[in-house]
Every structure is written in C-alpha cells, then in structure tokens.
Design a protein around this ligand. Structure first.
Ligand code: PMP
Length: 397
C-alpha cells in the first residue's frame, strides 16, 4: 500500500526554514516563517504565560478528560475577547464555542461542520489567501473558489471587484474573511468596507466565516475585531475561527476556538450538538494546557494587564519596523515605492519583487523570503535593517 505512494514536495516555508538553519552566514535573515520575533530574533514565551503556567503546575488537580467543547470558562472568555462583553449576539445567547487545537484545528472543525450543514457548500477565499485555507477545506470535501482581494499592482485592495464577485455568491455558500492582518498581504478592510460586506451577506444570504489569527497584532485587541463585531451585529448566522498562537505566543500549545452565531438560542443549541459531534469524530477532546493558560490570564486582572502590555510591545515593534522598512527602502532611491508597507497590518506584506530577485537575496545575502515575496516584517531588526535594505536595493538595480 505505502510503496505505491508518490513523494510530495515539502511545504515551501518548511523547506526555507531548513535551509536557513543550515546557512552559516552570520548576517542571515529569516523573513519566511510566520512567527513573531523580538529584536534578538527570538520567539519568546510571554511573561504572563510563564506566570499562568507556574500557577497551573501548582494548582492542576486532574488529568482526566476535558470534554468535547474543552474548557468552558476559556470558551466564554474567548467569546468576550472576540465580540466584546456587551455584544448583542452574546447578550441574546446566540453564540456557541468549542475550544480547538489551534486556529488550524478550529478551521478544520468549521469545515466539517459546514459539510454537515450543507454538503454542497462552496467556500470562497480571498485571492491570495493563507495556502492552508485551501487544502484544509478541500480535505473536508468542500469546493473552494476564490474572490478578488489584493491588488498586486497598486498594493491595495480590489474592493469593487471583491464586492462584484461576492454579489454572485449563492445563499448557503461560505465566504471566508480575514478579520485583520490579512495573511499574506497585510491589507485589511476598513470599517466602511466591513459594513458593505455585512449588508451584502445579510441581503444575499451567504454565511461569513471570519478567521481571526492575529487579534491585537494590527491596531489593538478591540480595533482588530471591529469588522467581526460589525458582521456579528448584522447577520443571523456566521462562523468565527480564532487562534491564540500569535497574540498569546502559544504556537506549539495548539490553542484556538471554533465559534458560531445562530439566529437564536434554540437553533444555537441544536447546531452546537452537531458541532460537538464533529469534534468527537475528529479528535474527541482538545488538549488542556493552552486553554488553561489563556483562561488563567484572562481571569486575572493583573495577568491580563501584563498580557496587554506584552501584546502592545509586539504590535508596536511590528508597526515601528514597518515605518523603518519603508523609510530604509525608499531612501535607497529604487524605482519602487515601498510606502504600502506602512499602510498594511500585521506581520506580512508582499515586497513585490520577482522570483529571480528573491533567489539572489537568498543565494548572495542569505536573506530568506518565500517565493510569493511575502515577508515577515518581524524578522527584521534595527541591527539588520540596513543590510536588508542594501541587499534589496542591489537586486532591484
Ligand atoms: N489563519 C491564518 C490566516 C493564519 O495565518 C494562521 C497561522 N499561520 C492560522 C489561521 C492558524 O494558526 P494556528 O493553527 O497556528 O493557530
């Protein structure tokens, strides 16, 4: 059986990570993998997380199963983090949440749940989108189609084209939207644009699925959820897949959540029984550690404050680097204008350079960038930004 299999290419980002590790150039820069890095190039464990972990070690009393929906206190707190404490959908008891193994686990649960709701549903994703979106929904047997989103030429949004395409999406299909810090383009909708999408969803009957993997990395915890909250206040039904990988720095602990909003509490309870049966048939129950850490932090005023501060530090560093990158690259006087880097959000932007230039950066300068020219802004530091800008300017000549 196994000997009939054909080898598959390694994921380009993982291949790039391996090549970076092997590279002995002391000036090497990794702008590939999508994790936050501090000025020293580390992805640290947050202090608030360390404290919550110490508390857990002391106070954990059992390793017995956690239940299908995971830690219910965590689920409640995540709903509030996503929607805000007083959101009408929350007050009307219309939201249900299952803890999930990371944002990816949440998306896979959502995919199977969608399949149970409507076997023929098509999931519409942005062009481009995080590559795993496509494989993940297809793996669940759903059709995936794309709608225009990023304007490669003008480094902005193709908003009119996006709306025209979404007008054609039939009732019963799913439209996936990135809440903030769009991966891979960094280009987000503004409040007015979110409202237009929300009205369209309400009128035409497609179901929005909001993927929120970077809450707090763009403009702030509240600001980054504004589109999601607006949608939730407008439509009867929607799905939300969230991740604590980036904002709590809990990547390897695999903690996220799959939530949905139904038209009323009765429908929500029925649908929740289906959601939980989906969970049961995939992994039965989620792991406890990450949820316990997030629950402990959000349950303590002191730890929440410390987390807010650490999150703000990460966000400020990224936004500071965006400005610095723009200035350093524009100062080189190349024919490209890099001002778009400052207008975009989160860790990613497309540099807008071609494959040969990306190869030269890697081969001649040990600067590792994925083939689409997406860079992880957090991979740059004040120490290497001049080296990076010089290298980019040289390959652009
Ligand atoms: N959605 C998007 C848009 C992402 O970029 C990521 C992480 N790269 C995820 C979901 C999933 O994150 P995780 O499974 O690590 O929580």
């Amino acid at each position: 059986m196994f000997s009939e299999l054909k080898p598959l290419p390694t994921d380009p980002i993982l291949g790039l990570m391996a090549a970076y590790k092997k590279d002995t150039n002391p000036n090497k820069i990794d702008l590939g993998v999508g994790v936050y890095k501090d000025e020293q190039g580390h992805t640290p464990v947050l202090k608030a997380v360390k404290k919550a972990e110490a508390f857990r070690l002391e106070n954990e009393t059992t390793k017995s199963y956690i239940g299908l929906a995971g830690n219910l206190d965590y689920c409640d707190k995540m709903e509030k983090l996503l929607l805000g404490n007083e959101h009408p959908a929350l007050l009307a008891n219309r939201i249900r949440t299952a803890q999930a193994p990371g944002g990816t686990g949440a998306l896979r649960v959502a995919a199977e749940f969608i399949k149970r709701c409507n076997t023929d549903a098509t999931v519409w994703v942005t062009t481009p989108t995080w590559a795993n979106h496509i494989s993940l929904f297809e793996a669940a047997g759903l059709t995936v189609k794309e709608y225009p989103y990023y304007d490669y030429e003008n480094k902005g949004l193709l908003f009119d084209e996006m709306i025209e395409a979404l007008k054609q999406v039939p009732k019963g299909d799913i439209v996936l939207l990135h809440a903030c810090c769009h991966n891979p383009s960094g280009m987000d909708l503004n409040a007015e644009q979110w409202q237009i999408v929300a009205e369209l969803a309400k009128d035409s009957g497609f179901t929005p699925l909001v993927d929120i993997a970077y809450q707090g990395f763009g403009s702030g915890l509240e600001e980054d959820a504004q589109g999601l909250r607006l949608l939730a206040a407008t439509v009867d039904e929607m799905l939300i897949c969230s991740s604590c990988s980036k904002n709590f720095g809990l990547y390897r602990e695999r903690i996220g959540a799959c939530s949905f909003i139904a038209k009323d509490a009765v429908v929500a309870d029925v649908a929740n029984s289906v959601l939980l049966s989906v969970v049961r048939s995939i992994y039965s129950m989620p792991p406890a550690h990450g949820a316990d850490i997030v629950n402990t932090i959000l349950g303590s005023e002191e730890l929440t404050q410390e987390w807010h501060q650490e999150l703000a530090e990460m966000r400020d560093r990224i936004n500071g680097l965006r400005s610095l990158l723009k200035d350093s690259l524009n100062a080189k006087g190349t024919s490209q204008d890099f001002s778009f880097i400052e207008r975009q959000n989160g860790m990613f932007s497309f540099l807008g350079i071609d494959k040969a230039q990306i190869d030269r950066l890697r081969e001649e300068y040990s600067i590792y960038i994925v083939g689409s020219s997406r860079v992880n802004v957090a991979g740059v530091s004040k120490d290497n930004i001049a080296y990076f800008a010089d290298a980019v300017a040289t390959v652009l000549k």
